[in-house]
Design a protein around this ligand. Structure first.
Ligand code: GRF
Length: 210
């Protein structure tokens, strides 16, 4: 049995991706525990779900710090108190400093609601509709200093339908996020992701001994 890995999840709001990860970890008995859910906003709805599942929660408010560096230092201190093997950004709406990203190099994942490298940044569904793309989707990637452009772990595509609004398109994408994010996190905790030259290679699942 491999050692249990500690996952710290960062959220800013609803936390539906975090919930999907918590549920999958429990249902599939991952060799991992959700060690903490940390938010930069005290009013993040996801905190209540975490607390009700017995997961420690913490709030590090960005408003309490004068600079990004000071906030990121406090955030890192809170995260590192839980000895994370993996940091999962799940709707965490902050731009991270290079020092913070470097500190978690190779052990921090993000989900972005577009098929990267298309539509980095905010309002991805509006960007997709404005561009007239016929497929859209979501990407799980390792976090690097280049915003929304780290090595890609997994993606899912959805059709863009003629009558789509940002809301309907976002909902279709979110459904896929809840599938690919838990799957990617699971592959990480199983030690199956290898990054070389900016590309992710996925090892086959370990076979059960006969
Ligand atoms: C998701 O669409 C995620 O990809 C984006 O923000 C949204 C967060 O949703 N970065 P939730 O907080 O996980 O419900």
């Amino acid at each position: 049995m491999p050692a249990m890995k500690n996952i710290v999840v960062l959220i800013s709001g609803r936390g539906s991706n975090m919930q999907a990860i918590v549920k999958a970890a429990q249902a599939e008995r991952w060799p991992a525990r959700i060690a903490a859910v940390i938010s930069n906003r005290a009013d993040a709805e996801g905190l209540a779900f975490a607390a009700s599942h017995g997961i420690p929660t913490a709030v590090v408010s960005n408003k309490a710090f004068a600079t990004r560096e000071a906030f990121d230092a406090a955030l890192a201190q809170a995260i590192d108190g839980f000895q994370p093997d993996l940091v999962v950004l799940a709707g965490f709406m902050r731009i991270l400093t290079p020092g913070f990203v470097e500190h978690y190099a190779g052990r921090m994942l993000n989900i972005h609601p577009s098929l990267l490298p298309s539509f980095a940044g905010l309002a991805t569904h509006r960007q997709a509709l404005a561009a007239g793309v016929k497929v859209h989707g979501a990407t799980v990637h390792f976090v690097t200093a280049n915003l929304d452009h780290g090595p890609i772990v997994d993606q899912a595509a959805v059709p863009v339908l003629p009558d789509d609004t940002e809301t309907t398109l976002a909902a279709r994408v979110l459904e896929q996020e809840h599938i690919i994010y838990p799957r990617a996190v699971r592959m990480f905790v199983e030690g199956r992701l290898r990054v070389a030259n900016g590309l992710v290679r996925i090892d086959a699942p370990a076979t059960q001994p006969a």
